[in-house]
Design a protein around this ligand. Structure first.
Ligand code: PGA
Length: 254
């Protein structure tokens, strides 16, 4: 059975104190309210809070920790970078790779994203690989081809064993932080197309088993409809993951 995941991407938000409070609330609400067995909850705080949050969620088997970025390098003279081994040493299990904000503001290209995934995988950290088209590509109706190409130039270069560890997140850029969600039909048709593409790169079973998340203005009001689609296996949640009530309600939408 395919794993369902709801991951909260906190981006550059919260102080240490706010982050502790938020994760404690989520931890409690998940314990008390989430009954669905097959759902993993991931929180993705900024680097300085990973260690303490790792300890906070340790006793809750549903809660998992992700980092927002990882260096492509193993170690050494790379000022400001954080290695996969460092993340591993504080209990990080997942890492975001290829988020559109990193691609756009930090000019991360396919070559670098592949290196980052490899660096994470070498430490046993699972990449959450983000893909998705900008508005002009959607308007030109080139979105299926565009996203397929993003997969071809990155995950296609992983081995079968490496690919097994990857989670895919489809995040149309025009829906991120805009309040404009993809309709459930738009999400479904893209997720099905991604699965089809993965099936031709790897094989049908690997593609069938792959968890594919939707991201982009998901909220408690639209999550149920999105998650009810056969190829939507959960969400990567930005804004709504900063409020424990909203985030938990999204988790409960399965
Ligand atoms: P959003 O962000 O939910 O605020 O649109 C999603 C994301 O960037 O992962």
């Amino acid at each position: 059975m395919r794993k369902n995941i709801v991951a909260g991407n906190w981006k550059m938000n919260k102080t240490y104190q706010d982050a502790q409070a938020l994760v404690s609330e989520i931890d409690n609400m998940v314990r008390d309210e989430v009954t669905h067995e097959n759902v993993e909850v991931i929180v993705t705080p900024p680097f300085p809070f990973l260690n303490s949050i790792s300890k906070l969620i340790q006793g809750n088997s549903r809660m998992h920790l992700a980092a927002q970025d990882v260096s492509a390098h193993e170690s050494g003279a790379y000022t400001g970078e954080v290695s996969a081994a460092m993340l591993k040493s504080v209990g990080v299990e997942y890492v975001l790779v290829g988020h559109s904000e990193r691609r756009q503001y930090h000019h991360e290209d396919a070559d670098l994203l592949l290196k980052k995934m490899k660096a994470a995988l070498a430490q046993g950290i699972k990449p959450i690989f983000c893909c998705g088209e900008p508005l002009e590509v959607r308007e030109a109706e080139d979105h299926f081809k565009y996203v397929a190409q993003q997969l071809r130039e990155t995950v296609a270069h992983l081995s079968n064993e490496e690919f097994d560890q990857v989670v895919i997140a489809y995040e149309p850029i025009w829906a991120i932080g805009t309040g404009k969600t993809a309709s459930s039909a738009q999400a479904q048709e893209m997720h099905a197309s991604i699965r089809e593409e993965l099936s031709s790169i790897f094989d049908a079973q690997a593609a069938y088993n792959k968890t594919i998340l939707y991201g982009g203005s998901a909220n408690p009001g639209n999550a149920k409809e999105l998650f009810s689609q056969p190829d939507v296996d959960g969400g990567l949640i930005g804004g709504a993951s900063l409020k424990s009530r909203d985030f938990t309600d999204i988790i409960k939408s399965f």
